[in-house]
Design a protein around this ligand. Structure first.
Ligand code: GDG
Length: 467
């Protein structure tokens, strides 16, 4: 079996491109390196006349076939429908959802063009694995053109209830294209229930357990919580501390013996960064004994800066951090540092290990890999504490974290204090359970379970969330 992965954005190593900060790119690169195959998608570049045919380029075990987008396609498909309509909608943010018919037409157009470009590259036994909300109608476009291969879809972000999804114009048409897939993977049981509910409510699908049928087509809908390379990340963290790489050293030096609370997120409104800064301010106000003794480091590499809502978040986060630092800081202590750039994975791993608290408080998140990376990086003999939003998919697995409601600033502030004051024995007990969970459901577990199910070896019938 050859694996064909399709995702919006493809990062090509021979172009010297770094894997983007997004979790999807990190996960897919390791899946393809293990299985070999073809990775198809957008190059990230814009050109006025993208090639009508693609010639794959081989690099190690993976072939790459990438197309440019036109500027009009980038605006309508990527910035418009995918990132201003579907992204906020899927994250339950109706107030931020911007729909235009022109954007929707551009989205469908790119999915059609992807289908036309991909078909000549397919072999009869290929198993096709399509990723994420940019490409929901792609399987339907492939089927329309006669493709009969196994086609799977994995949705990396949340799927909202039918009442929310149904507010999108053309929601019934869009959701009905999903039964063109053989297997639809989502992050949690909650997402599975919402998608199945949407298929039934919005396009009259018939449901039998986790199988959903419209017309002649039937899809299996199942939760496959994504994992990380736990062992690799643990080693990276150990090595990074030993080598005291530059960011880790620089963070440690001004802190001295001060405690470190860390947040790492793409600069995205779904991640709750502004609310987190406010919660840290509330913590310092409510517990003045910690002032001067602890600092919050928020690493927030910018993303989607062309989308207005992201530019606004950029401004807001600076404003809130500045206001809190001015109100609460001292001449020799700055409580909050927000760094808007990307660091190496090795530096991140070292910083996680150095931090007594990992603050992962998205307002809504498909899974959230940072939560798992933070746990993987800890020193078992003196582990830090994970504070985790109940609205991250990861909370369905990581119940031993301190689970919080990110909308409740006071609750998050109290969790920070609980984490900082937690005795070693309790930290170790929680850490051991968290580590066991992320190890037993790591990235290899995720890809092999998904691909086994898709290739028909083992279509799971029950809930595969681990015990
Ligand atoms: C989507 C879903 C789901 C962050 N800053 C830097 C950096 N990162 C890395 C993290 C982590 C990844 O980016 C972010 O992954 P998340 O899972 O937290 O979030 P999304 O990007 O929104 O990913 C999400 C995921 O897909 C996978 O299915 O979990 O719910 O939204 O790996 O470490 N990496 C580097 N420098 C940085 O500064 N090198």
């Amino acid at each position: 079996m050859r694996l064909v992965v399709v995702s919006n954005r493809v990062t090509m190593p021979e172009r010297g491109e770094k894997v983007a900060a997004g979790g999807l790119a990190v996960a897919l690169r390791s899946a393809l390196e293990q299985h070999g195959g073809l990775w198809f998608g957008w190059s990230g570049a814009v050109s006025s006349e993208p090639a009508a045919q693609l010639e794959p380029v081989k690099h190690g075990k993976v072939s790459y076939a990438v197309t440019d987008l036109t500027e009009a396609e980038r605006q309508s498909y990527y910035l418009g429908f995918a990132n201003r309509a579907l992204w906020p909608l899927m994250h339950y943010r109706l107030g931020l959802t911007e729909f235009t018919r022109a954007d929707y037409a551009g989205y469908l157009g790119v999915n059609r063009r992807f289908a036309r470009l991909l078909i000549p590259l397919l072999k009869p036994d290929d198993v096709i694995w399509i990723h994420d909300y940019h490409l929901i109608p792609l399987a339907a476009e492939l089927r329309r053109r006669g493709v009969t291969n196994r086609i799977g879809y994995f949705h990396h972000i949340p799927w909202p209830p039918a009442e929310v999804f149904g507010s999108l114009p053309f929601s019934s048409t869009l959701i009905s294209t999903m039964t063109a897939y053989d297997l639809i993977g989502l992050q949690t049981q909650n997402d599975v229930a919402n998608l199945i509910g949407g298929l039934v409510a919005l396009c009259g699908a018939h449901r039998d357990g986790n199988r959903v049928r419209t017309g002649q087509r039937e899809a299996v809908v199942q939760a496959f919580p994504i994992g990380i390379d736990v062992e690799g990340f643990r080693k990276l963290a150990q090595a990074s501390i030993r080598a005291a790489t530059q960011p880790v050293r620089a963070t440690t030096a001004p802190l001295g013996s001060r405690k470190l609370v860390i947040g790492v997120d793409r600069l995205d409104y779904s991640k709750g960064i502004v609310q987190r800064l406010e919660a840290f301010g509330t913590f310092l106000r409510n517990h003045p004994e910690y002032r001067g003794d602890v600092g919050l480091l928020q690493i927030a590499p910018p993303s989607r800066s062309d989308v207005p809502e992201y530019a606004e978040l950029d401004r807001m986060s600076d404003e809130v951090a500045g206001r809190l630092n001015a109100a609460l800081g001292e001449f020799d202590w700055t409580p909050i540092r927000v760094v808007k750039k990307a660091y190496s994975r090795s530096a991140l791993a070292g910083l996680y290990r150095r931090a007594q608290v990992g603050l992962v408080t998205p307002m809504r998140d498909g899974m959230n890999l940072v939560a798992k990376e933070y746990v993987a990086a800890q020193n078992p003999s003196n582990p830090g504490v994970l504070v985790l939003s109940r609205f991250a998919g990861a909370a369905h697995q990581l119940g031993e974290a301190l689970i919080v409601n990110p909308f409740d600033t006071h609750e998050v502030a109290e969790a920070i204090r609980t984490a900082l004051a937690m005795p070693l024995s309790e930290r170790q007990r929680r850490f051991e359970r968290l580590y066991a969970t992320i190890s037993s459901t790591d990235i290899d577990w995720w890809t092999s379970r998904y691909l086994a199910a898709l290739s028909g070896l083992d279509i799971p019938s029950g809930d595969i969330v681990p015990p």
